[in-house]
Write a protein that binds this ligand. Structure first.
Ligand SMILES: Cc1cc2nc3c(=O)[nH]c(=O)nc-3n(C[C@H](O)[C@H](O)[C@H](O)COP(=O)(O)OP(=O)(O)OC[C@H]3O[C@@H](n4cnc5c(N)ncnc54)[C@H](O)[C@@H]3O)c2cc1C
Length: 392
């Protein structure tokens, strides 16, 4: 087996076409992204010129069938997220926000007409999506505490409020906005809207000085009397339950990203261990260094096999919130430990960007906390196994 980090050969669970998509993605990332990504990371810039190459891979919308999407199923979708993160967690997050959160919202919550309207151009990545749920004053508690409002006026809705952390928002063509219906006499539930770039009252401000995922363009999104037609309200999103269904899908993807982030750090550490010599021999020959490598590989293999089984549950339509939540919580904890071991193995060079591992260590911090923190995903599982909610 020549794939060092995929020790149990999870990739062989894919069919020929799936393996080909993974191989093409790996080749693209190695040739085009890895040589330049540290420069973008340092400058906190997004490599727009590389997005075209990702579009040509045809990997947006792999999780969905029809509507111009390539299809391929949850295992391929997850393995592609892993493969991108293995080279660069920011690029994986860029696609995760577009293909998972934004396209997933349209796929799961849109009417037939809306899916026909938006998904084909998003699958071709001619239009890029963002997903606006979190707000400055509400993160973990979004299910019950959204401050953004939507008020119906005839065939139009007026949106007000502010969102925080919204990935891709500075350049996205469509931002999915989740807001509470405050129309007089309404049900007061959360509804989803597709807001187009350039709509009057919509503005974005980039969040700078991040210590993680610096390539991802996260932003504040301000909605000041933004008017959107009823035809841009996601017709099948009538409460937070539908928002949660999108998160169930994407949390599984983030678990795969965590595996990829850990794999990237491990592979760089393994190569370094074979090259770096101390006491007259490669450090890979020292027992304590091998212990670090094997701990890393164990974490990666346990996490990847967990994600692969979760993908089977998704494919069978049997995945529940707690299944995705357990994978997200477990794999991100294992990722954080793994990137720490990799940094330790590199000694002082572990904190230098040029030795690659440092970027994975930093990026892991964001993956650990977004799409539900470890605590929140733990509480989702805890509620499922005890029947008791410990959220408040
Ligand atoms: C890089 C990045 C990208 C992101 N991209 C997006 C995006 O594209 N779209 C979007 O909508 N959001 C996005 N987010 C937001 C992300 O989902 C939130 O950061 C996350 O949900 C946590 O919310 P918070 O940061 O407000 O933390 P808080 O909710 O303030 O939590 C702070 C701490 O309190 C803990 N805590 C909270 N409640 C409980 C409880 N009941 N029991 C125990 N502990 C608790 C948390 O676990 C955490 O440790 C992004 C975030 C980051 C960092």
């Amino acid at each position: 087996m020549n794939d060092v980090a995929d020790f149990y050969g999870i990739e062989h669970l894919l069919d020929e076409a799936g393996r080909d998509a993974v191989r093409r993605t790996r080749e693209f990332m190695a040739a085009e992204v890895e040589p330049v990504i540290n420069r973008y990371w340092t400058r906190e810039e997004f490599p727009h010129e590389l997005a075209g190459g990702i579009a040509r891979l045809g990997i947006a919308g792999v999780a969905y069938e029809g509507y111009g999407c390539p299809g391929g199923g949850p295992l391929l979708d997850g393995m592609l997220a892993m493969e991108l993160a293995r080279s660069d967690p920011s690029m994986s997050t860029f696609l995760g926000v577009h293909s998972g959160l934004a396209m997933g919202s349209v796929y799961l919550c849109g009417s037939e007409e809306q899916k026909q309207r938006w998904l084909p151009e998003m699958a071709r990545m001619e239009k890029i999506g963002a997903f606006g749920l979190t707000e400055p004053d509400v993160g973990s508690g979004v299910a019950g505490g959204l401050g953004s409002t939507a008020r119906r006026e005839g065939d139009w809705w007026v949106l007000d409020g502010q969102k925080k952390w919204i990935g891709n928002a500075t350049f996205a063509d469509y931002i999915i906005i989740w807001a509470r219906d405050v129309t007089a006499g309404s049900d007061g539930q959360v509804k989803g809207f597709v807001v187009e770039k350039g709509t009057p009252g919509l503005s974005t401000t980039k969040i700078g000085d991040k210590i993680a995922l610096r390539v991802v363009q996260n932003a504040y999104v301000t909605l000041d009397g933004v008017r959107v037609p009823e035809s841009s309200r996601l017709q099948r999103a009538d409460s937070f339950r539908q928002t949660a269904a999108v998160l169930r899908l994407t949390r599984a993807g983030v678990a795969w990203q965590a595996v990829g982030c850990a794999m990237g750090a491990y592979e760089h550490a393994l190569a370094y261990a074979k090259e770096r010599e101390q006491f007259g021999r490669p450090i890979a020959g020292f027992q304590l260094v091998q212990d670090l490598l094997v701990r890393m590989l164990g974490n990666i293999t346990a996490s990847a096999t967990m994600c692969a089984r979760l993908a089977q549950l998704q494919a069978a339509g049997e995945a529940r919130d707690e299944h995705s939540a357990l994978a997200k919580a477990f794999c991100t904890v294992r990722m954080r430990e793994t990137v720490g071991y990799a940094r330790e193995l590199l000694g002082g060079n572990g904190i230098l960007l040029e030795h690659q591992v440092g970027r994975f260590v930093a990026d892991a911090e964001a993956i650990y906390s977004y799409e539900g923190t470890r605590e929140i995903n733990t509480l989702v599982v805890g509620r499922a196994i005890t029947g008791l909610s410990a959220f408040v």
